[in-house]
Design a binder for this molecule. Structure first.
Ligand SMILES: *[C@@H]1O[C@H](CO)[C@@H](O)[C@H](O)[C@H]1NC(C)=O
Length: 318
């Protein structure tokens, strides 16, 4: 699993790059001919070009980056707060995510927008961030954990994905590649976090409630980005619209984490003792750490890491 572990960045990658792009990817219209550089209109800036290409945002982004020397700044209309710096230059990516990441705090506004993951690396800054980051790096480089994920990955590709692709190809059946990758990464992410395989990629293709709830978290995160804060905060208080959906998604995710922890406990009992299990999954390193004893913090972290591990790679694999 070189992609998953060669960098401890999977979390931060989501933060800057994928959040605003995530929703766009899910819209599925056909593209016309995107221009290479967005027109910079007065007042509205590049907003019209963005809207016109929203259904095809990844391809459009690739063209824009190619046309602009790998770095690009975009604005929305005044008042929307839409400002993007888009880059595909590896030196910039390294600067932002690794060598000088302390120069790029996420800020209080971002933390409020993703309050559902509050306290996870996804939203924190400063000293707290340094500590959790160092801890997560250590956990993710544990050879036992890496070996387990590699085995799980190999097993799923060989025994499920490849036979499925073969079957689909030989019968000429169309299927949704993104859904398959989403199921695949969901299982891998949960296996690395909890040491439990939720089995979304099993042959009967079970419903994806928790995965859908994660999509809702990201969708509502996007909406909160583009509307005034007072607006979504009011909706949250009244529990209406997207805020209501988010609350339900949160409940689903809490249920999912509780279920995974229950199954993990049963597995641990079978294995024998807790020590046997130590380091084989991500949570074992957090369970006995007083810094992470708070239930809400634990839940927020698990949601954050599930999103980080699944969405980045799931999207790229497709
Ligand atoms: C980036 O980090 C390096 C080493 O950590 C440091 O020497 C350099 O001054 C930093 N650059 C900026 C712009 O902060």
């Amino acid at each position: 699993m070189p992609i998953l572990f060669s960098q401890e960045l999977l979390i931060s990658v989501v933060v800057v790059l994928l959040v605003p792009l995530y929703l766009y990817l899910r819209a599925s219209c056909r593209s016309k001919n995107p221009s290479v550089l967005p027109t910079n209109w007065p007042i509205l800036h590049m907003f019209p070009s963005l809207v016109a290409n929203i259904h095809n945002i990844h391809d459009y982004g690739t063209l824009v980056l190619a046309g602009s020397g790998h770095n690009f700044r975009a604005h929305g209309p005044p008042g929307t707060g839409m400002r993007f710096f888009i880059t595909c230059d590896p030196r910039n990516v390294r600067h932002i995510f690794t060598t000088n990441y302390t120069n790029f705090p996420k800020g209080a506004e971002f933390a409020a927008i993703f309050d559902i993951m509050g306290g996870s690396l996804f939203t924190i800054d400063g000293e707290l961030c340094l500590r959790q980051r160092a801890k997560v790096k250590g956990v993710l480089s544990n050879p036992r954990l890496v070996a387990r994920i590699a085995a799980c990955c190999r097993d799923k590709v060989k025994n499920i994905l490849l036979p499925l692709f073969t079957h689909m190809a030989s019968t000429g059946t169309p299927f949704d590649m993104q859904e398959m990758m989403s199921r695949f990464m969901f299982d891998l992410a949960a296996t690395s976090l909890f040491g439990v395989n939720p089995g979304l990629l099993s042959p009967d293709m079970p419903p994806m409630d928790a995965a859908v709830a994660m999509d809702i978290v990201m969708e509502v995160g996007f909406l909160r980005h583009v509307m005034p804060a007072s607006c979504w905060k009011l909706m949250k208080q009244l529990n209406i619209g997207p805020e209501r959906k988010l609350r339900m998604a949160h409940r689903v995710l809490r249920g999912f984490v509780v279920e995974m922890m229950k199954r993990r406990k049963i597995n641990t009992c079978h294995v024998g003792n807790d020590e046997e299990q130590d380091g084989v999954d991500f949570v074992s390193s957090f369970l006995h750490d007083p810094d992470y004893a708070d239930d809400d913090l634990f839940l927020a972290m698990m949601i954050g890491y599930m999103v980080a591990a699944r969405d980045t790679i799931g999207t790229t694999l497709t």
